[in-house]
Design a protein around this ligand. Structure first.
Ligand code: SF4
Length: 164
């Protein structure tokens, strides 16, 4: 099975065309101001936490000890990325569980002072396993899926590819 990471999971839930670009290592516009904002958020709002932990194929934004379990955090720029952030984080929890580590998750949106706590369920596990099969099929496509105007296009680093 090919290596899947949290970014690919998030892209799958945002835009399958973006997923294809990323999986094929097509470099997006690095000057995109939304990417800059993402970096700024990560570097400023959570300086006191342990961050950027690499676990196998994952790069986890934040990790801390909860009352009875480990808590992993995923930072997002705005509520626009809330759904993708939640699914990405569920994937982290599944990945850790499959390696014997039980954890809970928190999606953090510092600009909006928002925190969404999540826990893995059997239904979500099943959904993620199906999503991974779909992701593999999309990556194997010879050309990217068609473009589609969606809310994720505005901050998307690939928008020049699709809409210029
Ligand atoms: S600009 Fe829109 S259609 Fe193109 S990759 Fe980004 S989100 Fe997908």
């Amino acid at each position: 099975m090919r290596s899947i990471n949290g970014t690919l999971i998030a892209s799958y839930y945002a835009c399958k065309r973006e997923l294809w670009f990323m999986a094929h290592e097509i470099i997006p516009d690095q000057d995109n101001s939304f990417l800059e904002l993402g970096r700024f958020n990560e570097e400023t709002f959570y300086e006191r936490e342990e961050k950027g932990l690499i676990v196998g194929d994952l790069k986890i934004d934040l990790i801390k000890k909860g009352r009875d379990t480990l808590v992993v955090g995923e930072i997002k720029k705005s509520s626009r990325s809330e759904k993708t952030g939640i699914m990405q984080l569920y994937y982290y929890l599944l990945y850790l569980k499959e390696r014997g580590v039980e954890a809970k998750g928190e999606v953090l949106i510092p600009k909006e002072k928002k925190k969404i706590a999540i826990e893995l369920t059997p239904e979500i596990e099943e959904e993620l396993k199906e999503a991974i099969k779909e992701i593999e099929k999309i990556i194997d496509m010879e050309t990217p899926p068609p473009k589609e105007k969606i809310k994720y296009c505005i901050p998307c680093a690939y928008r020049e590819f699709c809409w210029a």
